[in-house]
Every structure is written in structure tokens, then in C-alpha cells.
Design a protein around this ligand. Structure first.
Ligand SMILES: *Cc1c(COP(=O)(O)O)cnc(C)c1O
Length: 830
């Protein structure tokens, strides 16, 4: 103990103390020693960085203790492999999880700063496209909060998902330079680096014992470097880590070229190496064989697996044969599925294990989460690209496949059609490697992400695999973290929950059931509405600042935020809006509950129709919002650049949550869960987790419409003709004619033609088939909204019954059923 501490027992060290006083001193220290600015030149962003560093210090302390504790106990840990982590702003979440929000507020106030203003300085790391990456982030929060040891592994993209701007109502993409002002949360670990091989060819040789082995002679070697971000659990000492890999050129390679006088070749090598982690690929585009994307996937997976094996080597009590006893590796979709072949290569070629032993270890270690049934989103790599890039892995995949298909033939003799369907290699047309099959064959556990999705998985894309190994399949319905999506983003509701059911709900979300006792309490319902009203005002201010459109917070806020995609059917929403618009125009003075229709979401840059849907929404808004006959009843806004930061303002402000995908297409959805927790009612189809949301909330508290999966399949089987729906429904025809006729486009009849033609002649997502049902359901929503008290009761019941959709429940299931990872209580904070 130091003299200072001994002589002043009340003193808390500036790097670990959790009091306002210790934090204030820590901020001052970091301003001097880490930021290096004179006091007169300090702006809120400097206080942001100083506070972030002070908070990181406190998490680092817990991180050291967490690592030590699990080492001491020999605990099993989860490695969550994901090409995307959509983390959102970190400062607020870390203050919440450490329980030092008030201390930070006070410390900043004493320095003349406002916490909210400082929080606003953070640039969010947009290292994901949407739901899948956000799920990974929620799971990291829950793993730490449930005290489960875990490492998240991913890619440190220099540019995350693009920033979306609107120009003349069209989406324009701007690069997301999130690292421009540095990232205070990460700790660079230049000493933690691994070589990643690429290209070239393979050779055979005899090892010292005379055994024939394979050797990979790569064309290139790239180095991956670790950047660690601490992941603090809520209300516990546990602090896990997110390790993101960044690419850099291998120095010896560059020097070699330099020595031979080819300086420019050396520099070029450096440039191409570092493009590996330069940019996140926007998804939702039909999967094309982009070589750089395969390299990104292999790059982060290879680094992560080498890191895991390195940890194994460092642990005196652990041999490689016991890998699966101490590490559970989860594949978040097929993006990291090359890991199956890479672990085999590391074990067989580099560790010299025999094939069968290596395979047993591999299958026991991996689990695979499937996230999509959409055929165009299932990853396949053309054999040419694959073989040129990863020649040794292609050989390994052929070997896995040959042994696997022998098993299939033994189980299903004479069924060569089945063998062809199950093969890891698609032999039809341009041959390719089926990554979902590789992930499935290489995993002991395969799961879907909602009850319906898991059932469909077993009936469709993985049917043959289910018949072979039914015991490997299970469902793990997605969840979201109530720390971020309720406590942090809805402080008014947090306080109301605390007062009503006690603060345990934050880690035991099912305790919100206690709210049900208050639905008939007039005072409580009034408080409930006050919270929602305040959130709507907050969103209205933001919408006004971003778009110039004024929204009235007494109106029904009807919100659809998510990636723009035909299967999510934002255009179905627009067809209803135009229907309501025509009703107003044709019936002046009509009695209609006023609504704000709010949209947000990015379209993949190459997705033609999705970009037209954005243009259609903004065009309808431009007409509606400025027409005095109409804007008393409705407004339509497209909020640009939907991301986690503005999601904090959006979900808490919704009265109605739009979850209107074609049945069978949305694997789960997680936005639907965030809305529900915050008291929105859902209008939705029986798709993804909507089915379970409706079951939990009670069917009387959910606005259901549309075809079921079975009805969708039947309609398609019998030959779906969208034009027949137009012929039979004058209101639908009028809506389509109005759009096609250029009413929303200054007479331009070309701009929306591709959309209208698509709906009229093809309509792959059955928008027109569900139109009448949707509009009818929206009429029921409007009627229900008129009864304020009944609406409030339904709203409260939705929150009260949202407990199942906490990511804590989901993660507990993964830990218990798939990973065998148990809670480890970290006690010593030093
Ligand atoms: C939750 C979330 C999503 C996923 O929304 P879905 O409605 O489930 O598609 C996408 N983006 C962001 C920023 C989110 O927070």
C-alpha cells in the first residue's frame, strides 16, 4: 500500500475509484496525460475522451480480475465469431453497467460540463449491417452480465457501414470514418499478431517420422493485429473482451522487395494488405463471389483460431485434445464457417493430429447459428476463386466431404439424389462450395433464431441434415439487451419500472409481469402515457432537426425502422399510406385519427429496388406534408441514417411497430422486440419472432394480418398472379395508378415504374396479396387508438410480457444447451 493511501483511508485511487471525486480526478489526469490539451482549449469532445479513458481504466481492472479468475478455475469460455458487431455508442452503456452514471454526471458538472452533451460526442462504431451485428453486440452484453467468460472475435473495419444522406429524396452513401478522432475504448495489442496465408499452392512431403503430409506454400502473407475492447457486465465484476483483427503488411516481405530495389512493389504490398480490413461489405445484395470478402472472412477466422490455440499452448493444464472442454466456438451465420476447415488445417497440418481425432475435436468445438432461409443470401463460393485463394482448405473440404458422403450413403443406401443435395460442393452449373453445409457438417449444434425459423430450417434448407442428425438441431429465439434498449434509451420508463416493480427487472426482465397489476390503475396509465409523450416529443425534436418536418407528439407514431428490403415490405406500408391519402382527398372532412408515419433504414448501395422504395417514401412525404388538406391527418417522414445512436430515440417513441415481412422470410427480427419492451403495439405477420411476441403479449394485444407461411407456399404453388388482386380491388388499383401516373413525382411516370411493374407482374414477396388484409388491419389500429385507456392497457401488457425477449434468456439457453459455459463469479476487483 502506498503512503498516500495509508495516510488517507477515504482516498480512492484515480484509476479505479468509482466515486464522483475519483472520476473527476481521473478526468483531469487523462486530460493532462492522455489528451495533452491546455485547459483553455478544452471542448466537450475532449471531456468525452477523458471520461471514456477513465471508464476504460475501471473496466480494465475488472478485466484483469475476470481473466485471472477463469484461469484459476479452468472455466470453459465462449468464442463468438462474427463478421459484424454493431456495438452502438459505448460510454453511456459502460457507465450504466458499472453503476457510475450519477458519479460521472457529478464529476463532469464540477468541471463545468454536461453529461448529455459529452455523451453526444461519441462516434458509434458501425461495424455491422443491421440485425445480425446488433445481435452479436447484445449477446456480448448478456454474456458479461450473466458472468459467462467469453471472447467476441471480429474484424476492425476502418470504415463501417456507410453514412446515409438524402439528396432530393434519394439515398447517397458517405464513408463512415469512425476512427478519425481515435477510439478510446480499444487497446491496441501490436504484440498479439498472427500470419494469415493466402493464395499459392500445396505440396506433399514426408515428415521426420516418414508420414506423408501436406504443406501450403502461400502467395501472400498478411498479418493480423489484435485490438481489444473491454465488455463490462451490468452490476457484476465480470468484464469480457471483444477482440477485433486489423490487417497490416508483413514487414519481412516488404523488406525483401526493398532490398532487391523494388521499393514500389514493397509499398504496393503494404497497400493491398491493409485493404483487407478497410471496409465492411453492405449485405442484402445478392451474394456475389467477391474475393476480398472471402479474404476478410478467412483473415479474422484464422487469426481468432490461432489465438485460441495460442491460449491453449499457454495453459499448462490443458492439452489440444481437450480443446472442446474449454472452448465453445460459435459461428454467427456462415460468414466465419471457413473456420471448420481452418481448424482442421491447424490441427492436422500444423499440430500433426490424425484426421479422425482432429475431426472429433472440431465438431465438438463448433456450433452454428443459421440466420436466413433466403436462397440468395446463402453463401456459396465459386470453386475457382476458392481454390486459388485457399488451395489447402479446398483439399480439406474435399476430404471432409468424401468422408461425410460415405456416411450419408451408409445411412441412406441408394439415395444418390440425397448425396448430391447434401454435398459440400454444389455440382450444378458453376460449381461452388456451400458454406452452410460446411458449417452444419462441422458443428455439433445447429440452431435457428426463432421458433418458426427453426422449424422451417428443418423443413427446407437443412432438411436432409435434420433427417441425418435430428439431435443436433435446436431453436434459440433471439433477444435484445434491456440495459441498452430500455434503461439507457428510455430513462423515463426505467424510472417508472424501478418505482413499480423494483430495479431487479434489468437483469430479470420477466419481473415486468408485475406491471400487469397496474393496467386498471388510472394514475399509472396516466404516468405511462406521460413517459411515452415525452419520448415522442424528444423524437419529434430530432426529426425536425434532421428533416425540417414538424410532428405533433399527440398523434399516433407509426414506425418502421430496419434495413430497406423487398421482403421487409416497406412498400406495403407505403401502399397503405397512399390509400389513406386517397381517402382523405376523396372525402374532405373525413373522421380519421391523425398519424405520423416514420421510416428509417439503409438500402444496400447496389440494391436498385430498395433505393427506389426510399425515393417513393420521401416523394409521398413531400406531397403529404405540405398539403393542408392532408397534413391535418397524416405526415410521412424518412429519418436518414438509421443507426444504434438514433435507435435510442426511435424505439421508445413508437405507439405502433411495423413488422410486416412476408411470412417465412424474416428469420426472427430483433427490432420487433425493442419496440415491444418500450410499449409499442405490433402490427405484423406471422413471421419470425412475431409469432412468439403475439403468443406472449396475447393475441388480443397484437394486430395480426396477412398470409401464413402455408398460405404463402400454397399461393406460390398454384401460380400467384398479382394482377388478379389489382383487378379485384378498385382501391388498390387507384393507389397503384396514382403512383404510376406521376402524382408523387411531378408527373414523371418513369421513376416508380420499376417498382410498380415489379408489383404488377412479379411481386415475389406477395405485397398485393397481403394489401387488403393490411389496410383492414390498419383500420382496426386506428379504431383501437381512439380508446385511449384500452390502448394504454395493451401497451402496458406488451412491455409487461416482453421478458422472454431479453438477450439474457437467449444467452442462458445457448450456455446451457450448446456451450456448457457456466457462470464464474469474479470477486476481486484488483
Ligand atoms: C435492432 C436493429 C436492427 C434490426 O432491426 P429489424 O427490425 O429486426 O430488422 C437493425 N439496425 C439497427 C441499428 C438496430 O438497432
Amino acid at each position: 500500500m502506498t503512503d498516500v493511501a495509508a495516510s488517507a483511508p477515504a482516498y480512492e485511487p484515480s484509476r479505479t475509484g468509482l466515486s464522483a471525486d475519483a472520476l473527476r480526478r481521473a478526468i483531469i489526469d487523462h486530460i493532462r496525460y492522455s489528451i495533452g490539451r491546455p485547459a483553455a482549449a478544452l471542448r466537450p469532445e475532449h471531456y468525452y475522451r477523458a471520461l471514456a479513458l477513465a471508464v476504460r481504466d475501471r473496466m480494465q481492472d475488472n478485466r484483469v480480475a475476470s481473466t485471472q479468475t477463469s484461469l484459476d478455475l479452468g472455466s470453459k469460455l465462449t468464442c463468438y465469431l462474427s463478421a459484424e458487431f454493431l456495438m452502438g455508442p459505448q460510454l453511456g452503456a459502460n457507465l450504466l453497467n458499472l453503476g457510475i452514471e450519477n458519479a460521472a454526471r457529478t464529476a463532469l458538472a464540477e468541471l463545468g460540463q454536461d453529461l448529455e452533451e459529452v455523451l453526444d460526442c461519441e462516434e458509434e462504431p458501425g461495424l455491422g449491417n443491421g440485425g445480425l451485428g446488433r445481435l452479436a453486440a447484445c449477446y456480448l452484453d448478456s454474456l458479461a452480465t450473466l458472468e459467462r467468460p467469453a471472447i467476441g472475435y471480429g474484424i476492425r473495419y476502418e470504415f463501417g457501414i456507410f453514412d446515409q444522406e438524402l439528396q432530393d429524396g434519394w439515398q447517397v452513401e458517405k464513408t463512415d470514418n469512425w476512427l478519425l478522432n481515435g477510439n478510446p475504448w480499444e487497446i491496441a495489442k501490436p504484440d498479439v499478431h498472427y500470419p494469415v496465408l493466402w493464395g499459392g499452392h500445396t505440396e506433399r512431403y514426408h515428415d521426420d517420422a516418414g508420414v506423408l503430409r501436406a504443406r501450403w506454400i502461400p502467395q501472400r502473407v498478411i498479418q493480423g493485429v489484435a485490438y481489444d475492447t473491454p465488455i463490462q457486465g451490468y452490476g457484476v465484476k465480470t468484464c469480457n473482451v471483444l477482440t477485433l483483427w486489423s490487417a497490416r503488411a508483413v514487414q519481412s516481405f516488404a523488406l525483401e522487395a526493398f532490398n532487391t530495389g523494388d521499393y514500389y512493389k514493397a509499398v504496393e504490398e503494404e497497400v493491398t494488405s491493409e485493404t483487407v480490413t478497410k471496409v465492411l461489405y453492405p449485405n442484402d445484395e445478392p451474394e456475389v463471389g467477391k474475393r476480398l470478402r472471402l479474404l476478410q472472412q478467412f483473415f479474422f477466422v484464422s487469426c481468432s483460431l490461432q489465438h485460441v490455440l495460442h491460449i491453449v499452448d499457454d495453459l499448462a493444464d490443458l492439452s489440444i485434445y481437450e480443446l472442446a472442454e474449454r472452448f465453445a466456438i460459435q459461428l454467427n451465420d456462415t460468414h466465419p464457417s471457413i473456420g471448420v476447415a481452418e481448424l482442421m488445417r491447424l490441427l492436422v497440418d500444423e499440430r500433426r493430429l490424425d484426421w479422425n481425432t482432429a475431426w472429433t475435436i472440431t465438431v465438438a468445438t463448433f456450433g452454428y447459428t443459421n440466420h436466413t432461409l433466403l436462397p440468395e443470401a446463402l453463401e456459396k463460393w465459386p470453386l475457382g476463386i476458392f481454390g486459388e485463394s485457399l488451395p489447402r482448405h479446398l483439399e480439406i473440404i474435399y476430404e471432409i466431404n468424401s468422408r461425410f458422403l460415405d456416411e450419408v450413403r451408409a445411412r441412406f443406401p441408394g439415395d444418390e439424389d440425397r448425396v448430391r443435395r447434401m454435398s459440400l460442393i454444389d455440382e450444378d452449373g458453376a460449381k461452388s462450395v456451400r458454406m452452410a453445409h460446411l458449417a452444419t457438417v462441422g458443428s455439433h449444434a445447429i440452431n435457428g433464431v426463432a421458433a418458426l425459423h427453426s422449424e422451417l430450417l428443418k423443413e427446407s434448407v437443412l432438411k436432409d441434415f435434420y433427417e441425418m442428425w435430428p439431435e443436433r438441431f435446436s431453436n434459440k429465439t433471439n433477444g435484445v439487451t434491456p440495459r441498452r434498449f430500455v434503461a439507457l434509451s428510455n430513462p423515463g420508463l426505467r424510472q417508472l419500472f424501478d418505482r413499480t416493480v423494483g430495479d431487479g427487472w434489468l437483469t430479470h426482465l420477466d419481473r415486468l409481469r408485475g406491471l400487469e397489476a397496474f393496467i386498471d390503475d388510472d394514475g399509472f396509465r396516466a404516468e405511462w402515457r406521460d413517459v411515452k409523450r415525452a419520448n415522442k416529443s424528444r423524437l419529434a425534436d430530432f426529426v425536425y432537426a434532421e428533416t425540417g418536418v414538424e410532428l405533433d407528439p399527440t398523434w399516433l407514431f407509426d414506425i418502421q425502422v430496419k434495413r430497406i428490403h423487398e421482403y421487409k415490405r416497406q412498400h406495403l406500408n407505403v401502399l397503405n399510406i397512399v390509400t389513406q391519402y386517397l381517402r382523405i382527398k376523396n372525402n374532405p372532412g373525413i373522421d380519421m385519427a391523425p398519424r405520423a408515419y416514420i421510416f428509417g433504414g439503409k438500402a444496400a448501395p447496389g440494391y436498385f429496388l430498395a433505393k427506389r422504395i426510399i425515393k417513393l417514401i420521401t416523394a409521398v412525404g413531400d406531397m403529404v406534408n405540405f398539403d393542408p388538406e392532408v397534413n391535418r391527418y397524416m405526415k410521412v417522414v424518412f429519418l436518414p441514417n438509421f443507426n444504434v445512436q438514433n435507435a435510442h430515440l426511435i424505439y421508445p417513441a413508437a405507439n405502433l411497430s411495423e413488422q410486416i415481412s412476408t411470412a417465412g422470410k424474416e428469420a426472427s427480427g430483433t427490432g420487433n422486440m425493442k419496440f415491444m419492451m418500450n410499449g409499442a403495439l405490433t402490427i405484423g405477420t406471422l413471421d419470425g419472432a412475431n409469432v412468439e411476441i403475439r403468443a406472449e403479449a396475447g393475441p388480443e394485444n397484437f394486430f395480426l394480418f396477412g398470409l401464413t407461411v402455408e398460405e404463402v407456399e400454397k399461393l406460390k404453388r398454384n401460380g400467384y398472379r398479382p394482377s388478379s388482386y389489382i383487378a379485384a380491388d378498385p382501391e388498390l388499383r387507384a393507389v397503384l395508378d396514382l403512383i404510376a401516373g406521376g402524382h408523387f413525382s411531378h408527373g414523371d411516370t418513369e421513376v416508380f415504374r420499376p417498382l410498380i411493374d415489379n408489383l404488377t407482374y412479379d411481386d415475389p414477396f406477395l405485397v398485393l396479396a397481403d394489401y387488403a388484409s393490411y389496410v383492414g388491419c390498419q383500420d382496426r389500429v386506428s379504431a383501437a387508438w381512439q380508446d385511449r385507456d384500452a390502448w394504454s392497457r395493451m401497451s402496458i401488457l406488451n412491455s409487461a410480457r416482453s421478458g422472454k425477449f431479453s438477450s439474457d434468456r437467449a444467452i442462458a439457453e445457448y450456455c446451457d444447451d450448446i456451450w456448457g459455459v457456466h457462470a464464474v463469479t469474479v470477486t476481486n476487483g484488483k
